[in-house]
Design a protein around this ligand. Structure first.
Ligand code: SF4
Ligand code: F3S
Length: 376
């Protein structure tokens, strides 16, 4: 028997009832409060979120596609233990197709996909995980996109067919958003993010992996308002990617005071000083990691003592390398310092600091883009 996660042919009514009973009311409201905070909504929205989640007459059908990736975003999604998240997620959305975790395989899985697409035409959400290879393998019989095929179809053809009837396409993780590690130079398979490969608009929730609270908040936003959240020019929801790591970093006071970790394990590291000199890319990375943290608010890279590598930025595998080297020294107009000394300069000069980083980002990104063009 073909069994999907929660579609019409999925959980039995008894199983659904049992799952719902497993959600403690206080935990559920706590979950709604977390989502409201992530979306930047006031606490007055908590009951509205609860109502939207509980009252949705028909849970949106979700088709989750896998392409070139490590399955880290599925792991991120499934391992989250927000209050009874398994049960909650299974009842907020109807995950009708997800190759990694569905029991069906082969023809049965293909049938589940076709049924979800037909039954919910124009209304289902597609979540994409992984990049799409556009290159052609060398040798006889090589066809475009053949580096990634499922059931004899290329990732490109599957994505094109499935997204054509979707209400919206949400990309989770850096690979589906922008190509990820597969697209790193020299990009042997011609990997691209889903939006770029297909030429369609997508909501991108990058990260390596993405933070599940951001995908859940995006879906709840859809349930609550019937629309997807506003995004920046890279397709990232502004509620999660509207601010730089550096602007909300708990180590920022040490940056401003010129107190830096010089070597892993030194006194500065023990005192949680700024990781800028250890290569932290927080000053040019947009993500809400410091505010929501990973693993249900347990930790995040900088809290764990490692600099940010910019995993939510397009082409971070190229643009943010070397990961363990500080941002290059540059002379900032109007500031008598190089980037290395900027922490000292910034004491009492926060406005100049913002200008300095903006100038740095502009100069450095321009150089990186130039480098990339040359390498292509
Ligand atoms: Fe935090 Fe990194 Fe900025 Fe230092 S450079 S304050 S560690 S984001
Ligand atoms: Fe990624 Fe930097 Fe956050 S490495 S997880 S964007 S702190």
């Amino acid at each position: 028997m073909c069994r999907t996660l929660n579609g019409n042919s999925g959980m039995t009514p008894e199983e659904k009832k049992k799952a719902l009973e497993g959600i403690d009311r206080r935990d559920f409201m706590g979950f709604c409060a977390t989502v409201a905070a992530t979306l930047g909504l006031s606490s007055s929205f908590i009951p509205k979120i609860a109502e939207a989640v509980e009252g949705a007459a028909k849970k949106p059908s979700v088709i989750w596609l896998h392409f070139q990736e490590c399955t880290g975003d599925s792991e991120s999604f499934l391992c989250a233990s927000y209050p009874s998240v398994e049960e909650l997620i299974l009842n907020v959305i109807s995950v009708d197709y997800q190759e990694t975790i569905m029991a069906a395989s082969g023809i049965q899985a293909e049938d589940a996909l076709k049924k979800a697409m037909t039954d919910n035409k124009g209304k289902y959400l597609v979540i994409c995980e992984g990049a799409i290879p556009m290159g052609t393998p060398p040798g006889p019989g090589g066809k475009p996109g053949a580096y990634c095929q499922i059931g004899g179809k290329t990732a490109y053809d599957i994505a094109k067919e499935v997204t054509a009837g979707a209400a919206a396409v949400v990309c989770v993780g850096n690979c589906s958003s922008y190509g990820g590690v597969q697209a790193q130079r020299p990009n042997p398979t011609g990997a691209k993010g889903v939006g770029e490969a297909l030429g369609i608009p997508t909501v991108n929730i990058p990260g390596c992996p993405h933070n599940v609270i951001n995908s859940v908040a995006t879906i709840v936003n859809y349930l609550l308002l019937g629309s997807l959240p506003k995004t920046d020019r890279h397709g990232r929801p502004l509620f999660a990617f509207g601010k730089r790591i550096h602007d909300h970093c708990p180590r920022r006071a040490h940056f401003d005071a010129g107190q830096f970790v010089e070597k892993f394990g030194d006194e500065g590291a023990k005192n949680n000083w700024c990781l800028y000199k250890m290569g932290c890319k927080g000053p040019q990375t947009y993500h809400n990691c410091s505010l929501v943290e990973y693993n249900d608010g347990t930790s995040w890279p900088i809290k764990a003592g490692h600099g940010c590598v910019g995993c939510s930025e397009p082409n971070f595998w190229d643009n943010m390398q070397p990961f363990y080297e500080r941002l290059p020294n540059i002379h900032v107009p109007g500031v008598e310092a190089t980037a290395d000394k900027i922490g000292f300069t910034l004491v009492g000069a926060a406005a100049a600091g913002a200008a300095a980083h903006a100038a740095y980002t502009f100069v450095n990104r321009g150089k990186l883009d130039e480098d990339k063009k040359e390498g292509e």
